[in-house]
Design a protein around this ligand. Structure first.
Ligand code: ADP
Length: 259
């Protein structure tokens, strides 16, 4: 539980960081743009021209440094998949969701006792669930019901023009009774930096993480939403059959090929 909290705090920091970087980057572009505009003036003194060019060059260096920092950060987020009991993680997480959502949101959890081993990065799994839960909370504006449901399924429904895929999968759903999404919003939610939230409230990175994690784990994320009624996000992850003896949590295992 501590880990998850730390993870969600880290995520908030990342959000602020990325938002901050984008803001700084825009400021640098403004400096470059105004300097080039000034350079276009025909009556410009030679000394000034030199200074403007210098300013542009410095600013480009600073911008490059910023993007390098972002790239270094992105590279740190490599997945470390292993076989773990997703149901256990969901149970632990659900208990914490109350503090995240506040007392006027009811948290309902439906988690089966067995059939719950998946091969994925457990930290990224927790992060994905927290990201979806934060969105569910925000969509309900303080009141409603958040349902966390885990099922063992044999097939995945058709998604984004792909036919149904045979599993087996573990399906983890986060449902809310919130505002729902219009088709326009639905079409863009997985884009990095897409947000409908106020400046400082949303980063537009939460669902990009969920999407990236699902894809890299040979899984999927499916969304159903009705404006004014609510939204369900379902994360499908390849299930490790119950016949297979799952190793202890913490022991790394190789990635299973996608099927
Ligand atoms: P952020 O939460 O920072 O905006 P996300 O990538 O997590 O970034 O979400 C992108 C957008 O998707 C949100 O701004 C919101 O418009 C929409 N969204 C995500 N989850 C939900 C939900 N459960 N209900 C309604 N809208 C949602």
């Amino acid at each position: 539980a501590q880990d998850v909290l730390r993870q969600s705090q880290k995520l908030e920091v990342i959000g602020q960081l990325t938002g901050g970087v984008a803001h700084d980057f825009n400021n640098l572009l403004t400096v470059i743009k105004s300097s080039t505009d000034l350079l276009k003036r025909p009556d410009l003194a030679e000394a000034r021209r030199g200074r403007y060019i210098e300013a542009i060059s410095d600013t480009v260096d600073r911008a490059a440094k910023l993007t390098n920092q972002l790239l270094a950060f992105a590279r740190r987020q490599t997945l470390q998949p292993k076989v773990f009991a997703a149901c256990d993680s969901v149970r632990v997480l659900s208990e914490m969701l109350g503090t995240l959502t506040g007392s006027r949101i009811r948290v309902v959890t439906e988690v089966p006792e067995n059939d719950c081993f998946v091969n994925a990065d457990p930290n990224q799994f927790d992060t994905a669930l927290v990201n979806m839960a934060v969105n569910a909370r925000d969509a309900m504006e303080g009141e409603g019901q958040l349902t966390v449901r885990v099922r063992a399924v044999e097939r995945m429904p058709p998604v984004r023009a792909h036919p149904a895929v045979d599993g087996p999968f573990v399906a983890v759903s986060i449902s809310d009774t919130g505002i729902g999404m219009t088709p326009e919003t639905l079409g863009r939610i997985f884009e990095p930096f897409f947000t409908t939230k106020a400046v400082g409230q949303g980063t537009g990175l939460g669902l990009s993480q969920v999407f990236g994690f699902a894809k890299q784990s040979q899984g999927e994320v499916v969304v159903e939403s009705v404006v004014g009624q609510g939204t369900t996000f379902t994360l499908y992850l390849p299930r490790v059959g119950s016949a297979i003896q799952a190793p202890e949590r913490g022991e790394p295992t190789p990635v299973v090929d996608g099927h």
